[in-house]
Design a protein around this ligand. Structure first.
Ligand code: PRX
Length: 657
């Protein structure tokens, strides 16, 4: 790698892969990474075909890739297809082939409940559970192509439910258990789900999250005719005709199930994520392409081995939980840890306790969590023997160099490489990341794209930016796990991802590349905010606010936050006759929680008699962002309709501080 003077001057320290790690790694030098990258760029189809062939295909594909990135000006342009004509069953690739090998009695899932209960499911056992659930779902009337909503705590049944859906070809739509009943209902309706799999409750910080109660509210007015309920907390519940206990239909079902192969392009799942409008997008992923990349990246980025104990702390309600708790590691026959609860229950060292107890070797978490651990103090990890760790990962938001260094020293003992992985719900798997045995790392940079991924930083016209020029993060070539559409809104899919930058997939992030070609992600350039690694659209929170009877108008922006990366600030104009006071601010914050979930609770509600708008009536968020972050509005304000609005907003802010 060229160590240019500029990079030495402008970038922080670089950490080469530890020789001990590199010696046994799948890719053991930067030269090997570069030659792999070049080979994949020269012959992408041969490259991806080799990787896909590691899955269990029932019928080989006829064509590796059909089509190209959609033309953004054609609303009907189809997404490219991968491994066309091939047939496979994702659950067979993740389970049957391991259960039929020496891995039969190897731990697949090590589960730790928040109250301290534990369960270990071997590949043989997990396979049997998934077969039972597949039989039970079929018995309940679920057919290939039917959408199944999953709203569960982080318990093994969640993974069983996902894999059982995959087995019978019923796409799943997992909804994060922290979403409210309202948010769940929107997703159930959009997915047209007729069955919901849930639990009576889940444990979080010593409390029971009332999942079943939320489902009861959410299904009113939907087509849901069956709710399958796991008994987890023994909490009181109301029973309805549509409800069925998991232990009454799944547990007694037959553990034998012959899986039917599905087309490579068969929908494996949809997962809702926030875009720039008020309506979440159902990101659709297919079987062959998605699984290929989930398996490939697990193997390469986490360097997974048969003796690894891999712990990705993400909830299955997010894409990270899909790809790196369930599909990726299990396709590799790895052992995963699944933890139900909060990182500080009962004490701030729960994660370190779990690492020590189970001998976790690879640990993957989010910068917000790392910053919280820093705040809680070095003494907590110091109490535990973390020497089993060999590799650390980060995902979900930019990691600041301070948090990176703390992670490296306090958790990784200054010995473990860190992989800062950039990707999205839409990409299905990791796109930009160091390879731990090959890529020297720089704190705060996700480094280089993985072999097979044609990522670049470009200007609006699609031309590449020069070193250190900020631009849009794009992908220039199709990759197997790219989303195929937004469920029910293909036009939005084409416009959002391919209509912004010519001939490229546009990720919505701003970034720059340094002189070494290292990517530095700067954050979203659209109206999406990233709060504690959770993606929210400003419009979604605004719609929640204006649905309150006392609100006339609302604008939501993100402001930098030391812990969560970004915090939500809501500017609200109350309807005439309502007093803008603390009580109303509290009421509105709780209203957002009810509409979306606690993750969307505004950090601050600011009242304003008017919001800054352009002459055409568009709210000028940029100005609000500047006001919210405490800086005077620096940008161009000449299009502002009423200059006084901004001054009054800034003044009200300054007075309160
Ligand atoms: O802004 C980027 C940020 O998270 C967004 C994707 O969010 P989501 O689809 O919820 O998926 C999160 C987990 C994959 C991206 O557009 N992001 C994700 N990883 C990183 C990141 N920003 C900087 N560095 C990362 N490693």
């Amino acid at each position: 790698m060229s160590q240019s003077i500029e990079s030495v001057l402008t970038e922080t320290r670089s950490f080469p892969p530890p020789p001990d790690f590199a010696k046994d790694a799948r890719v053991g030098s930067f030269i090997d990474y570069e030659s792999l990258y070049d080979r994949a760029a020269r012959e992408p189809e041969t490259f991806w075909a080799e990787i896909a062939s590691e899955l269990a295909w029932a019928t080989p594909w006829k064509k590796v890739l059909e089509g190209k990135l959609p033309d953004g000006s054609n609303p009907e342009a189809p997404a490219p297809k991968w491994f066309v004509g091939g047939k496979l069953n994702a659950s067979v690739s993740c389970l049957d082939r391991h259960a039929a090998s020496w891995r039969k009695n190897k731990a697949a899932i090590i589960f730790e409940g928040e109250p301290g209960d534990t369960r270990v499911l071997t590949y043989g056992q997990l396979h049997r559970e998934v077969c039972k659930a597949a039989n039970a779902l079929t018995e309940l009337g679920v057919r290939e192509g039917d959408f199944v909503a999953i709203y569960m705590p982080m318990i093994p049944e969640a993974a069983v439910a996902m894999l059982a859906c995959a087995r019978i070809g019923a796409p799943h739509t997992v909804v994060f258990g922290g979403f409210s009943a309202e948010a769940l209902r929107d997703r159930i309706l959009d997915a047209k789900a007729k069955i919901v799999i849930t639990a009576d409750g889940g444990w979080r910080r010593g409390q029971i999250v009332p999942l079943k109660e939320n489902v009861d509210k959410a299904v009113i007015g939907t087509a849901v005719s069956t709710v399958l309920v796991v008994k987890r907390c023994d909490t009181p519940y109301t029973w309805h005709d549509r409800d069925v206990w998991w232990h009454e239909v799944v547990t007694p079902a037959s553990p034998k199930h012959v899986a039917k192969p599905h087309d490579s392009e068969h929908t494996l799942f949809t997962l809702y994520t926030s875009g720039t409008t008020g309506k979440p997008k159902g990101i659709l992923h297919t079987t062959g392409g998605y699984l290929t990349v989930a398996a490939y990246t697990s193997k390469l980025v986490f360097d997974l081995r048969d003796d690894d104990v891999f712990w990705c702390t993400a909830d299955i309600g997010w894409v990270t939980g899909h790809s790196y708790v369930v599909y990726g590691p299990l396709a590799n026959g790895a052992t995963v840890v699944m933890y139900e609860g909060a990182p500080n229950q009962p004490g701030p060292d729960r994660f370190w306790q779990i690492i020590e107890k189970w001998g976790v070797t690879v640990f993957y978490t989010a910068p917000t969590a790392i910053r919280a651990f820093m705040r809680w103090g070095d003494e907590w990890p110091a109490k535990h023997d973390l020497s089993s760790l060999r590799l650390l990962g980060s995902v979900g938001e930019p990691i600041n160099p301070e948090a990176w260094m703390w992670y490296r020293l306090q958790i990784g003992g200054d010995r473990c490489p860190i992989v800062d992985t950039w990707w999205q719900t839409e990409t299905g798997g990791i796109m930009i990341s160091p390879l731990p045995g090959a890529t020297p790392t720089k704190p705060g940079s996700a480094t280089r794209p993985l072999p097979g991924i044609a990522a670049d930083i470009v200007k609006k016209d699609g031309t590449s930016c020069g070193p250190n020029d900020g631009g849009f993060l794009v992908v220039r070539k199709p990759w197997p796990s790219m989303l195929r559409t937004i469920a029910g809104d293909h036009e939005r899919f084409v416009k959002t991802y391919f209509g912004e930058v010519a001939n490229c997939y546009f990720a919505g992030d701003g970034a720059r590349k340094d002189a070494d070609g290292y990517f530095w992600i700067m954050g979203r350039v659209d109206d999406v905010i990233n709060v504690a690694g959770h993606r929210l659209s400003t419009m979604e929170v605004e719609s929640a606010l204006v649905s309150h009877p006392k609100v006339a108008e609302a604008a939501v922006v993100g402001r930098p936050d030391e812990l969560k990366g970004q915090a939500i600030v809501a500017f609200v104009t109350p309807r005439m006759g309502f007093v803008a006071d603390d009580a109303l601010a509290r009421e509105l914050r709780e209203h957002v929680v009810k509409e979306i979930g606690a993750l969307a609770r505004p950090e601050e509600v600011r009242f304003a008699e008017a919001l800054p708008k352009t002459r055409s009536g568009k709210i000028m968020r940029r100005l609000l962002r500047e006001v919210a972050s405490g800086s005077a509005a620096r940008g161009d304000t000449t299009t502002l309709e009423d200059q006084g609005v901004l001054e009054r907003l800034a003044q009200s802010f300054a007075q309160d501080e």
